[in-house]
Design a protein around this ligand. Sequence first.
Ligand SMILES: C[S@@+](CC[C@H](N)C(=O)[O-])C[C@H]1O[C@@H](n2cnc3c(N)ncnc32)[C@H](O)[C@@H]1O
Length: 289
Amino acid sequence: MSLRILELFSGLGGWRYALQGMGEVIAAYDISPTANATYMLNHGDRPIARELASIAPATMAAHQADLWAMSPPCQPFCRMGNRHGLEDRRSKAFLNLIDILPLAPPQHLIMENVSGFLGSNAHELIEGTLKKLGFHTHTCELCPTQFGIPNQRPRLYLLASQRPLKTAIAPQIPPVSIAIYLDSEEDPSLYLDPQVLAKHKPGLDLVRPDEHRTACFIGGYGQRFVGSGSFLKTDHGIRRFSTAEVARFMGLPPTFRFPEEISIEQRYKLLGNGLNIPVASWVARQLSV
Ligand SMILES: C[S@@+](CC[C@H](N)C(=O)[O-])C[C@H]1O[C@@H](n2cnc3c(N)ncnc32)[C@H](O)[C@@H]1O
């Protein structure tokens, strides 16, 4: 298996981890300097900091990619967002890529987005375009909790290929205990101070180490309290999960690091935008390559 992979909206490089063993990432694209610095540190290649809303068809065609792997911005489809879909300015890059698709079609395409993408006008557009081009497509919603991981992160995966797909039945493995994912040494600075607790405690999603579920960690986890992810209740108080713990829930490898200059808030943001690696990897293996 040696696919030429184009990683679009590459973030910290989740697809690159998930597609390991299936080929080579020949180029990655992202406009975020923090994402690109993190990608560079972990993968040794710097993504192209280019606006995908205006990338030319010829540039995409020149890559001669076999597989487009992408996670377009999810805000236009988020439960808590405006749900403006294709009318949202953040969908411009997605729209441009769909325009390019018939001019430089890869053999395969794999996309991840939030569950709200299902049935949106963007979903209709990509499915319709792929079908017209003769692709086989498969859409599924999967959550890391089905893979034994104690973290809710339901996401939609769209798989498309010019070859028939091997659509396997998704796993149903009971999640293990949260304790397995915790740092061996706690960072005291993660504990919430009394003023914060007085204000937000009633709305916090609290879990104990022996429980088997945490809520989805979103980009705002470093700054927001309610609806941004779970908080851990220990014998010493209530604390945030560390960025290393969130990275473990996401299935990032133990070698994964952030550049020193990247703030804690930016780290949570990059993780909150990211991909659950074991789930994405399982989806990618449905391609007949
Ligand atoms: C949902 S995140 C992708 C996360 C990625 N799959 C990962 O594993 O980290 C979307 C990424 O798209 C980038 N992005 C958003 N709009 C873009 C555009 N118009 N052109 C290029 N990159 C863009 C953002 O900087 C962000 O890193």
